[in-house]
Write a protein that binds this ligand. Structure first.
Ligand code: GLN
Length: 293
């Protein structure tokens, strides 16, 4: 019986990158081929540079081909590998949770910059998904308590797994509908990367978005229905002077500022992401009104 042809790591990467580029047009084809191969062969990425002539055995080759097929069919790298880096952490990711985006790190950096580091602040992350924002903030600020709120039980289980594995102890997982379960004036900070894509947005049929949970992505015809629900709840639950930081679409800055202004929020500011796009807006809950008369 003839031996199956043994191919080297270098050949495997070259062939796979060419297929990814030709069949799927992925711009990061070579990087993706390398990551998939290392996953299939349980190798560190350095092996590709130190020992590129090492050959794959049949089982490794078969497992690489399986992963490659999934990627060629468009499945996101984060779901295939089951992980994604976010801020200072590496998170486990599963289908059913939104894949953390680099632009969302802006919310974490912003909160860490403006809120006192050493006070025992009470903070909530709404629609936590994999737990990315809550865990990154809790990790950066051990004095704070982060309530990671999620409606979907399966997503909450992914967040719980991440909290346990990363040994982040100042996170409390809460199954709930935005801030419905929180007492009046009990929080110092509310952050959220809510769904904000318009239901008819053609991007939903492209790239990773096709595989991600619709509930985490879309929010009505104008993409603002979740933010409209969050604002009054945050106004009730934040202490006077407490902060709200919301991610939104790059074309929604003006609309989100208007919604906040009309609802009586103060200090409304929008920040841009690294691509220079309006990506998040923050505001302060107005101080309590003095009774008149
Ligand atoms: N920023 C994401 C996208 O458009 C959407 C995430 C969200 O809706 N919160 O790809």
């Amino acid at each position: 019986m003839s031996q199956p042809l043994r191919i080297s790591l270098a050949e495997a990467v070259r062939d796979a990158a060419a297929r990814l580029l030709r069949q799927a047009g992925w711009p990061a084809a070579r990087l993706e081929a390398e990551l998939l191969l290392c996953e299939a062969a349980a190798l560190p990425r350095t092996a590709l540079f130190i020992d590129p002539d090492q050959t794959l055995n049949a089982a490794e080759q078969a497992s690489f081909e399986k992963l490659l097929q999934r990627r060629l069919e468009g499945e996101p790298m984060a779901y295939i590998l089951g992980r994604r880096g976010f801020h200072a952490l590496e998170l486990r990711i599963a289908p059913g949770v939104l894949i953390p985006r680099p632009e969302t790190e802006l919310l974490v950096d912003w909160a860490v910059e403006i809120m006192p580091a050493h006070k025992p602040l009470q903070c909530a992350d709404l629609g936590t998904g994999s737990g990315a924002i809550a865990l990154a903030m809790a990790h950066a600020r051990p004095a704070w308590t982060l309530y990671a709120v999620e409606r979907d039980a399966a997503a909450l289980a992914v967040a719980a797994g991440n909290a346990r594995r990363l040994e982040v102890e100042n996170v409390c997982l809460v199954q709930g509908d935005w801030l419905a379960g929180f007492a009046c004036e009990s929080l110092d900070l509310v952050v959220a990367n809510p769904p904000y894509v318009r239901t008819a947005d053609p991007h939903l049929a492209c790239g990773d978005l096709r595989f991600e949970p619709t509930l985490a992505l879309t929010a009505g015809v104008d993409g603002l229905s979740a933010i409209r629900r969050i604002l009054p709840q945050a106004a009730r639950v934040l202490r006077p002077g407490g902060r709200l930081l919301l991610e939104h679409g790059w074309q929604q800055g003006a609309e989100v500022r208007d919604l906040l202004r009309l609802a009586g929020w103060c200090g409304i500011v929008t920040r841009r992401d690294l691509a220079g796009l309006e990506r998040a807006t923050g505001a302060r809950r107005a101080p309590r009104r003095q009774p008149t008369g």
